[in-house]
Design a protein around this ligand. Sequence first.
Ligand code: FES
Length: 164
Amino acid sequence: MSNLLTIKSGSLTESRRKFLEKTGTSLILATFGAAFFTSCSSTDDADPASPTPSGNSSSGITISGNTISIDLSVQTELTSPGNWLLIENAKTLVANVNGSFVALTSVCTHSGCDRNWTFGNSRFTCTCHGSVFDPSGQVLQGPATTPLTPYTTQVSGTKLVVTR
Ligand code: FES
C-alpha cells in the first residue's frame, strides 16, 4: 500500500515536474522573448517618435526618380530662412539657410535613422542619438563620424528642384 502511494506520489511528482518544466520553459521563453522584442523595437530608432514635416505631390512636392520638385508657391513656409522640410518619401532634408536652399539625405550616417530630425541654428540634429550636422552635411557632433550626403538645389521661378 505504501508502495502504491509512493508510486502515485512519485507519478504525481513526475507529472508535476514535467508540467513545471514545460510551463517554466514557456514562462522563461515568454519573459526573454518579450525582453528581446522590446529590446529590438527600442533599438529600432528609425521609427519616428514624433511627427516631422513631410511632403507629397498634394503639398506641392513631386518626386520623380532622383528629382524632387518643390512648388514654393505652395510650400511658402520654406521661403523663410530657418524653415525646413523632411520629405520622408524621398528621405531628404531641405532647409532654407539664410535665404539659400540646402538639401541632404535624411538617412543618418550613424545608424540609419531617417525620420527623426530637428533643424535650428543652421544645424540638423538626428534625435535618434544626437548627431549634429551643418547645412553641408558635415558632422559637428557625434556619434556619427561620416557626413550626410548633400544634394544639389536649384531655384527656377517658384520651383525648387533638388537632385539626389
Ligand atoms: Fe544615431 Fe542618427 S542614427 S545619431
